[in-house]
Ligand binder design. Sequence first.
Ligand code: NAD
Length: 264
Amino acid sequence: MPQLGFGVFQVPDAEATAAVETALAAGYRSIDTAAVYENETGTGKALTGSGIPRDELFVTTKLWNSASRAWTRDAVLREFDASLERLGLEYVDLYLIHWPRAVRDDYLSIYRAFEELAAGGRARAIGVSNFQPAHLERLLAETSVVPAVNQIELHPFLAQSELRALHARHGITTEAWAPLGQGKELLSAPVIAGIAEKHGRTPAQVVLRWHLQLGHVAIPKSVTPSRIRENIDVFGFTLDDEDMTAIAALDSGTRLGPDPDEFD
Ligand code: NAD
């Protein structure tokens, strides 16, 4: 899985094709979508029309395990088929449970259907998103395939040390959503601006470097071509220990998105 990918949350389907085409042209090979983003069709068009060999692409989508239906094994398999159909692909590289929705108490049975998909090869890898330590511990205890990835909200304001340590113990890849803090206060924080100036880079590049140096997978989103290119141009410099320590001090545990223990 490439360490740097491209996310398409909140990109309308009609704009997703152009955004993903720009990303592919800029060198991204990993694309993160989800059924609930309603842009799998536009995303898939860019992927299948790119001429890039399928095995050079890494495509992630997610099951929106909403309240609108009972997630029986068959419902999960049908929803997976629908995602593949919209994407125009024969397999995805990674299929994620979008939220634990623990109050529903069905993520174990959903994950067992995911295990079938992995065994059949149409989901090359399976994983979860927004799982808290307790959800992960339970999944690890009661199912057989260790999730390849837990995709979580993660940025310098929410450094997620407990989850990162748990992932490391179990060989689970930590994938950061909102890696740029959704482009809000984080990118104008004086500490980030100072480090950016020191390296002659932009705040977004500094934050992405922080992710890469900590070993996270990061999937920044943009629809602006210059930013799409800027966000992948992060392999030509290195943050030093002083920079990493200064960024670590920004962790305030502040979430931008919902609390996964409560979100349903
Ligand atoms: P992000 O941190 O990637 O921020 C994106 C925003 O930052 C853009 O809309 C833009 O306003 C700004 N931005 C981007 N590049 C910039 C640059 N170079 N300079 C200045 N501003 C810039 O936030 P995100 O989109 O929420 O997260 C990234 C991806 O993670 C999503 O697209 C999606 O694929 C995934 N995601 C997953 C979940 C989940 O529940 N699993 C939730 C949210 C997002």
